[in-house]
Structure formats: structure tokens, C-alpha cells
Design a protein around this ligand. Structure first.
Ligand SMILES: O=c1[nH]cnc2c1ncn2[C@@H]1O[C@H](CO)[C@@H](O)[C@H]1O
Length: 320
């Protein structure tokens, strides 16, 4: 078997983040070399606490956690925190006791820069929250976008409505300026938007199967999943939940689970459409120079093998 792919998960845990982290730790195709934290589902301080807690649950306190930014790339402090999706503690209102672990001294951006330099072209960042840490790494180190292997990110709503408002998806809305820096950086980027992740649903019946299993991670997740299910019932009138973060993680683990198209993505940073992701497919040569002209292209996921993703998530959580 090929050498496992080195990945760093940048996240704001978060119920579906917890699921993605556990699936990653159960995936022999990848080696999780670090977690970095960011605000989004919770504030950054709590994201760090939750990341350390999840590693303790997994028995993987050997994996370093680097704390990320507490403010947006423009130093904004008015953050939009989705505690109504994940519970006030980010993990289904279980109020787990804090773990003994501590984050490393390095900031998330410094850790990302260091690891990308240490293993040029070999590290994949799986970014599951707002893109502030990645944008900081790009700003702090002009070599970062070339050193990093790939950035697989959960973000955007490509040709569909957002989930914060009709224009914007939550991770991009969390820091639109950072997202625009990342999309135009020239790094190898695969964006998985909610146009794709909304196709991947974990049903009540799946949750029941997890509950009936002896899987350690399956059992843990069943404790925290109710808040996430209840939010989906209220917001979407569905009896299942969207697997945003696990889908993105698995797209990094096994790219053949998705198909993608390539083009230029820019992010709207003002007005009522702040946070909108706009994809230019390069099929037309416009008469004028536009804000998309001469910008590097990125990959944007188009379809996903949803049954295969759900099966992989279930199998890996049950077999734990
Ligand atoms: O309605 C919402 N508002 C804010 N965040 C949400 C909402 N629904 C899901 N997520 C969270 O944002 C990411 C996907 O956009 C996921 O991490 C999900 O947990």
C-alpha cells in the first residue's frame, strides 16, 4: 500500500467535525499529523478544548493541536457562532469535562507553514471551518501556497442557496476576505460546497445502526448527535443530517468519491451577498478585464457518490 497521505485538519468542532476527525483517525489511507483550530461552530478557545477532548477520547493525544485565530483576517471580532447547530459546548450540550491536554506553543498558521515546508507538496490541509488560518499562512509565507500539497475545503454554495442566508454558506460567511485570499492564492484547492454535501445524509435509521453497534466512536457520536438532528428537523424539515465535514474529509482521503470542475472562484465581501462564492468556468472570453481574469483556477466538487460516503462513515465509526 502507498505511504499514507499526511493531513492536517483545520476545524471548529462541532458535531460533524467530531465525526470527520474520528473517520480520519480510522482511515489507514491518511496520517493525521495535527489538528488546528478556528472559530465557527464555537469560539476558537472552545474549538481547541474540543479538539483536545476528541483526541483524548480517541486515545491519540500524540497528535499536536495548534490553536488558530480568534479574529477574522481583517481583525474582525464580531463573529457568527453556530451554537444553535451544535449546542453551546459545540458537542451536543454534553458538557464533557475538560481534557488534560494542552495546545502546542505554535499558532495554527505557524504550524501549517512549518509542516508544509518540512514535507513540500506532501501535506493536505482539510479545512472544515472559516479560512482565516489558511489565509494567514498564505500572507505570512509567500512559499506556502506552493509548499502545501492540497487544500481540501468545506465551503461555498455553488449555484445553490447558502445556509446562513440565500447568498452565503457558513464557512465562507465566517471570513469572506480570508476565503477570497485562499481561492486566489494559486494553491492546489478542492472546494466542496453545500451543493455537494447536502446530497450526503445520515438518516435516523443510520443513527440507530450506530447506536446498536459496539463501535467506540459510534457510541460517543450517538451521545452528541441529537442536537444536530433536532436542528435539521427544525431548519430543513428532514429526519436526517447533512454530513458536511465527513464528506469533505473523505474527498481528501479518496478523491474518486467525487467529480469536480475547474475554474476561478471569487468571494463577495460586501453588501447583501457578502460571502457569496462565484465560480467562473472560463468558457467565455469576456471583452473586458474582470476581477476573475488571470486568477488561478481551483477545483470545485460537482457530484459525490453519496451512498459510498455514508457507507464509509458508518463502517469506520462502527469498526472502532
Ligand atoms: O444553518 C447553518 N448556519 C451555520 N452553520 C451551519 C448551518 N448549517 C450547517 N452549518 C455548519 O456549517 C458548515 C457547513 O456550512 C458545517 O460545518 C455545519 O456544521
Amino acid at each position: 500500500m502507498a505511504e499514507p497521505k499526511k493531513i492536517i485538519i483545520d476545524s471548529d468542532p462541532g458535531i460533524d467535525d467530531a465525526m470527520a476527525i474520528f473517520v480520519a483517525l480510522q482511515s489507514p489511507e491518511v496520517d493525521v499529523i495535527g489538528l488546528t483550530t478556528i472559530y465557527g461552530n464555537v469560539y476558537t478557545t472552545l474549538a481547541t478544548r474540543n479538539a483536545l477532548h476528541l483526541l483524548e477520547i480517541a486515545g491519540r493525544t500524540d497528535i499536536p493541536v495548534a490553536e488558530g485565530s480568534h479574529v477574522t483576517i481583517t481583525k474582525g471580532t464580531k463573529l457568527r457562532i453556530a451554537d444553535f447547530v451544535h449546542g453551546a459546548d459545540g458537542l451536543g450540550n454534553q458538557n464533557f469535562p475538560p481534557s488534560a491536554g494542552k495546545p502546542i506553543e505554535q499558532s495554527a498558521a505557524a504550524f501549517l507553514i512549518e509542516q508544509a515546508k518540512l514535507y513540500p507538496g506532501k501535506v493536505t490541509v482539510v479545512a472544515l471551518g472559516p479560512l482565516t488560518n489558511i489565509a494567514l499562512a498564505i500572507e505570512l509565507d509567500p512559499g506556502f501556497s506552493k509548499n502545501i500539497g492540497q487544500i481540501v475545503l468545506l465551503g461555498g454554495a455553488f449555484a445553490v442557496n447558502g445556509n446562513v442566508n440565500p447568498a452565503a454558506e457558513a464557512n465562507i460567511f465566517g471570513d469572506p476576505e480570508a476565503a477570497d485570499i485562499v481561492f486566489t492564492s494559486g494553491a492546489d484547492i478542492l472546494a466542496v460546497g453545500i451543493n455537494v454535501t447536502h446530497q450526503v445524509v445520515l438518516t435516523d435509521a443510520d443513527r440507530e445502526k450506530l447506536a446498536q453497534s459496539n463501535g467506540k466512536f459510534a457510541q460517543y457520536l450517538c451521545k452528541i448527535l441529537e442536537v444536530y438532528f433536532s436542528y435539521h428537523r427544525d431548519a430543513y424539515n428532514t429526519k436526517g443530517v447533512y454530513l458536511h465535514d465527513p464528506t469533505t474529509l473523505l474527498a481528501a482521503v479518496n478523491p474518486s468519491l467525487i467529480t469536480y470542475t475547474e475554474g476561478v472562484v471569487r468571494v463577495q465581501t460586501s453588501g447583501i451577498t457578502r460571502g457569496l462564492t462565484l465560480f467562473y468556468n472560463k468558457q467565455k472570453r469576456f471583452a473586458e478585464v474582470t476581477e476573475w481574469t488571470d486568477k488561478p483556477t481551483v477545483k470545485v466538487a460537482v457530484t459525490v457518490d453519496a451512498p459510498a460516503v455514508v457507507k464509509l462513515v458508518m463502517d469506520r465509526l462502527i469498526d472502532s
